[in-house]
Design a protein around this ligand. Sequence first.
Ligand code: MG
Length: 307
Amino acid sequence: MTGFPQLDAFRGGPGLVRLVGHRGARGVMPENTMEGFAFTLLAGVSLLEFDVVLTRDGVPVVTHNHHLDGAATRDAAGNWLMGQGPRVAELTLNELHGYDVGGVDVRSSYGRQFCDQVLLDGVRVPCLGDLLDLGHDPRFADLHFLLELKSDPALRDDARAREAFVAAIVAKVRDRGMAGRTILHSFDWHLLDVCRRAAPEMPTSCLSQMPETVDALCAGGLSGFVSQDCSLPRMVADAGGQLWCPNVEDVTPELVAEARRLDLIVLAWTVNETGDIDRMIEAGVDGIVTDYPGRAQHRLRLRGARW
Ligand code: MG
């Protein structure tokens, strides 16, 4: 019993490895789209990871970068933007909805990684509220949200703006009645401190990637958590997180065991290759965050495991 009922949906166990759809199912469906989220849920994967930023008019929307990615965005005439697109924070929701995010340009280096993704027309960046409302669909009663807050580097020192960003997201989650099914997730561990104050009813999830995470913690004043003998799970526990989400390359069975002793849930990302899926299962993680939920389902089924 943790006091956070939403954690149970993410906790693995013997013969149970949780699957989390990364940006929906980025390997096969346009990322961070309602179409991709619906596909993932209908495929029997009820945990969704996605990214949230604010528009100029303060609407929380689901998209990965602060700038629209030109390799995954077309203008009203259907042309790829190419390169870096406009900043979401400088667009109103109405302006943002003038762009189509239903696929990738397979000529780009980004698009070449996802050339099996379907190409759809007329797909809009979702509002966070619309995604949360899927939780009210009786077909998706098990749906839980791993909501990544993308902190804006331009506002790193603006405490008021950071609090307003968190407040807008928390208000939306509460308004849609999904606080009990949401985990707040970020690479920015300082922002997660803001989350814990603003929303004590929602657990927090610390993303990490070595060595960038320790560098960022030192630069941001959390260096007290960082020392030669201080492991990432210990840092997450000391920082107040309930989940540790390491890059797949940083996961070892020893670190997973330590995280368990600290009562942390471990979700590895982004676990796409079959060898990595197998390695994460053997390391004992609670769950894997993947662009290819179907591929992961097959690996688990072959081992007699559920998700
Ligand atoms: Mg993310």
